[in-house]
Design a binder for this molecule. Structure first.
Ligand code: CO
Length: 196
């Protein structure tokens, strides 16, 4: 398989409800390495598998966004948010929605359980930006974008930018630089079947 790329709205991978990872092997580790690279290149702090058109429940984060701060790198495989407390509004963006930002209300404190790259289960209590990024990335695995969680008024303000992205994708499909939607969906189904 060729190198992964970040996909943008309205790629169907971003609306995919992904299935659990069933095995952690060399291929999965290779993809995760590429996901960290793409995340840093795009100056992000989190990247979900859906955003590189992989239909599996995993994401990577580094809340500092600093490539040299490898201690802050974390991989979440088959994550589940088991507790949510309080609520807090904060500005969010998304590498699959370039130039779009908006206020999103999230739980203030969460407990997340997941598996790491060695297949060990772990649980963490998170607050602040760490809590927000995990909630944002977990949403991606269910095909939910932050723009689904903004107020109608904010959404109206963002709609011209969403339409621009839709036009850009249509244009790339017309030129043959991107496959059409049916082919994108067929590829997601193929990848899903390959690892379930
Ligand atoms: Co995102």
């Amino acid at each position: 398989m060729s190198d992964l790329k970040i996909v943008y709205h309205p790629h169907p991978a971003l609306r995919w409800k992904s299935k659990d990872v069933t095995r952690i092997d060399a291929q999965l580790k290779e993809w995760i390495g590429q996901m960290f690279d793409l995340m840093y290149e795009a100056r992000g702090i989190g990247l979900a598998a859906n955003q590189v058109a992989l239909p599996y429940r995993l994401f990577v984060i580094n809340p500092t966004g600093d490539r040299d701060d490898t201690e802050m790198e974390q991989v979440f495989i088959n994550p589940q948010i088991t507790k949510r407390n309080g609520s807090e509004e904060g500005e969010e963006g998304c590498l699959s929605l370039p130039e779009l930002y908006g206020p999103v209300t999230r739980a203030e404190k969460i407990v997340v359980e997941a598996f790491d790259l060695s297949g060990e289960e772990f649980a963490m209590e998170l607050t602040g930006i760490h809590s927000r990024v995990v909630q944002h990335e977990s949403d991606h695995l269910d095909g939910v974008m932050f723009t689904d969680r903004v107020t109608d008024k904010v959404k109206t303000g963002l709609s011209p930018l969403l339409e621009d992205l839709e036009q850009q994708m249509a244009h790339q499909q017309d030129k043959g630089d991107l496959p059409d939607e049916d082919a994108m969906i067929a590829e997601l189904k193929r990848l899903e079947a390959e690892r379930t």
